[in-house]
Ligand binder design. Sequence first.
Ligand code: ATP
Ligand code: ZN
Length: 625
Amino acid sequence: MSKISNKVGFGEAIKRFQESKVLLVGAGGIGCELLKNLLMSNVKEICIIDLDTIDLSNLNRQFLFRKHHVKQAKAIVAMKTAQSFNPNVKIEAIQANIKEPRFNISWFRQFGIVFNALDNLDARRHVNKLCLLANVPLVESGTTGFLGQVQVIIHGETECYDCNPKQQPKVYPVCTIRSTPSQPIHCIVWAKSYFFPQLFGDNEENDEGIQNIAQNEAQKKEIEELARETRELAELRNSLVTDSNAFEKIFDKIYHRDIARLRDVPDMWAYRAPPTVLDIDDLGQKAGHLSSPWLDEQKIWTLEENFSVLKSSIQRLSQRLKHFASEGLSFDKDDKDTMDFVAASANLRAYSFGIEQHSEFDIKQMAGNIIPAIATTNAVIAGLCVTEALKVYQNDSDELKNVFMAKRADRVFHGEKVCKPNPYCATCSFKHMKLPVDHNRMLLKDLVKRILQDVLHYSEEVSVLKEDLIYDVDFEDNFDSTLADLGISGENNTVLTILGEERRSDNEETTNSQNVSRIPLLLEILPMDKHIDTSNTPYRLPSETIIIPLTPEPLQSSSDTETEMADTKGVDDIFEVMPSENEIIDIEVIESEDVPNSGSPKLRASSLKRKPSIDDETETKKSKN
Ligand SMILES: Nc1ncnc2c1ncn2[C@@H]1O[C@H](COP(=O)(O)OP(=O)(O)OP(=O)(O)O)[C@@H](O)[C@H]1O
Ligand SMILES: [Zn+2]
């Protein structure tokens, strides 16, 4: 029966809420507020989990923490501080990653409701999936500055977190970043994601935010050329700590020789001004009188000031590299040395390509994608999480809302009726089947042949995924392994994802492959009770017949057409049609003014009009101020 039928009164809902055990994932900005709300709501039992320790920068808004708590586990301190608000509530605090296998489906099933107060897409998607599998309602929330949102997720009733695709962090074509920058952000990405890691990183290829795409010969040639330049830089890196002229050599290579080579590439400068080569002797002379590298970070530095800051930051970082040669250094916007390096090197490159330069302060915002975290927004959103949770306990699907908080003149809140699940969502449009097995006797071959093909009528084209692929028709290496050998143990209730097609008889039409592909099957592998089970087989099939439905025909919608158009952009379009600087910041951080939050999906899409939701993950960070 549907979880959300049989509406009950508000008083009864509060009672049920107070009798339940709830899970709170994340003890950060929203988590601290939410923990307080749950205690004040008098719920019976709370489990709070967070993997992190308290940072000084958390104190301005995570009000359960004080200065003397810095470096202690967030979940534990939050529990200890908040317990005094209501000693009657039982709180269990766990310092761990929610993705650990011990937090499996059966562990999730002990909770009446789950609250997500997370800051990254990966963990959010994981909890979403586990809640869907365990059939536990999830209240998902997030904030970005003044914007925030709350989404209720109930399997089969509402959209899940993955029903609307999330926008991935913005990546730039490698040629734009390395050869043809046209905006300040290109120079900043170059400095942060190419120049810095090549010179001071852990020697691994680290082109975060740069996409290596080449679709024609000229681009391939240019990328090969860039690879050669990178190798030269790697050699210079080795001389950083030993050669007293290392700075001069690096500067000469990056701002003179590499630029001169670019200027000579035929056709590259037909429609734009070629870059200017920088002269180290000239700049060195002009910068000679500058004594202190500590310049005002709010003002735009002159060319020689940038030169001087770059020189001094390379010297400082080289000293540090002596002690961290093997693991290398990493960029941190709050680390003055790395920030100086990125600001100065980006500005020098911008000058060379005739692009506007920026203050170190502005570059810090762009490099760190900082949006200030606002305590009030967190508090309001945490309050709304409880309000929506109560509606879940009322079993009132008509009243359930996805709520948005936005900085608008007419109204601050905006609620929208929840949407039905997206039938094409790979995460929630699944069939769930439990399969008790003897892990030590059951072979992968048994699973594929005897269950998937003989019983469930999959064709040869069936694939089995754990986290990675463990079987498909071209990968039979694990065929004779037991499930236990493959790390599918009795305790973990591993969920395997089965993708595949239905077997068709010869006379059936098989030309349209879409007609035969099936919705994903999530196969929950449980331990078989050997005492009770008397059968000889290493598995026990459910008594009822299982039918895995075919994937439905996709709906045609206007937004599909829009997406298709966006997707068909060739590399040349990407080269030429770069958004304006403001657009880039919007794309990287939030899609638009009224699409809030650091990670929850955009909730406004109706079942026919779906748009990508805002970016979440690593790229969106909040201010530590
Ligand atoms: N996989 C995970 N398992 C458990 N907790 C997680 C996981 N991923 C993130 N978290 C926690 O979720 C919380 C999110 O809180 P918040 O968005 O306020 O971020 P923050 O790290 O506290 O602050 P900021 O990023 O602004 O410095 C953090 O405390 C973080 O440790
Ligand atoms: Zn979904």
